[in-house]
Design a protein around this ligand. Structure first.
Ligand SMILES: C[S@@+](CC[C@H](N)C(=O)[O-])C[C@H]1O[C@@H](n2cnc3c(N)ncnc32)[C@H](O)[C@@H]1O
Length: 314
């Protein structure tokens, strides 16, 4: 089945009114909203957000609403109705911005699976490859481990620099079958990698329900039985100690985690932190020093820093 997509660029003041009209009066089957201000705010967050404005294609001038209708809907009638609704709202004194309307026919099947087109095998290293659940892959080396993934809505496709730096650091740190905690597991990618690299057991936690379900599903896809997944806030909901703690979260959240680390470390434990923008590094270094923790290895790719950390006396 095909769909008619009508894209409206306009001012954000009419978002609520126009969305309601598209849904309730024009019976749109679905509506997608993209607002420049959301991206800009996200980009400014703590100076270390995972969103890079330059990476966003076609950033809207202000608000972009895309409404989806059946393909045989009366296109010109719908557009006339939208135009007169916008005029009416302008008459109420609302700033409607620079209005432009465009249309496109799209295949319905593409809607659910469109993002899959951009997600392919990541032949990551000598030891690891990340393979979307729907793709085939033959490793060049027999002992290269495959991480099967269907990330769904959770963060962690393996494509982000911050995730990849942790994978590299884990290859360095996991020289024995140790116990691992993955804080902020997202899709479960790092927990699965830890298990495949030989961890004895892994506790994977996340604060988000979507991440917890995605991680469980991905662990099932990989047929792994030594990972436990729990919904939890950082280290606050566990008393256990771990040989390796990994966390790929923004620096501001890592700063919250640091004071709790010592209670969860064994004698020779190591910690891997990623998701740190280079500008945030001094704050992290100070907070670690206060806890008698030391950076043993530092990796940087573009603006992202990943640290391998241990106790000072180790
Ligand atoms: C950048 S993603 C990392 C996902 C995956 N580990 C990776 O490296 O690709 C950060 C994850 O941390 C989770 N998170 C954020 N705050 C958290 C908190 N206070 N406690 C636990 N998880 C948290 C988010 O829900 C998100 O899934």
């Amino acid at each position: 089945m095909k769909l008619l997509a009508i894209k409206i660029n306009c001012g954000h003041e009419i978002e609520d009114g126009l969305t309601y009209f598209l849904q309730d009066t024009l019976n749109a089957k679905g509506i997608e909203a993209r607002k420049r201000s959301d991206f800009v705010l996200e980009g400014q967050k703590h100076d270390s957000s995972l969103v890079e404005l330059d990476d966003i294609e076609d950033l809207p001038e202000d608000l972009e609403l895309t409404a989806y209708f059946d393909q045989d809907a009366d296109q010109s009638k719908i557009i006339d109705q939208i135009k007169s609704k916008i005029k009416e709202m302008e008459g109420f004194g609302l700033d409607v911005g620079n209005v432009s309307i465009s249309t496109k026919n799209i295949a319905d099947e593409d809607w659910n699976t469109a993002w899959q087109k951009y997600y392919h095998v990541i032949d990551f290293s000598r030891l690891l490859a990340i393979v979307p659940d729907w793709e085939d892959y033959q490793p060049a080396f027999k002992d290269q481990k495959l991480i099967r993934l269907d990330p769904g809505l959770a963060f962690g496709t393996g494509g982000h620099t911050t995730t990849q730096l942790v994978l590299l650091a884990m290859e360095r740190a996991l020289t024995k079958p140790v116990s691992v905690m993955d804080v902020g597991t997202g899709s479960g990618i790092l927990a699965i990698a830890a298990s495949k690299l030989g961890a004895k057991s892994v506790l994977a936690t996340d604060i988000s329900d979507e991440a917890v379900s995605a991680a469980k599903e991905n662990i099932r896809l990989n047929g792994i039985d030594n990972i436990t997944v729990k919904k939890a806030n950082l280290l606050k909901d566990t008393d256990e100690k771990f040989d390796l703690i990994i966390a790929n979260i923004l620096a501001e959240i890592l700063l919250e985690l640091i004071p709790d680390l010592n209670n969860h470390l064994n004698k020779d434990s190591q910690i891997i932190f990623s998701g740190i923008d280079y500008k945030q590094l001094p704050k992290i270094e100070n907070a670690l020093a206060k806890e008698n923790l030391e950076i043993k290895m530092k990796m940087q790719e573009k603006r992202w820093i990943c640290l391998l950390i241990a106790r000072k006396d180790q």
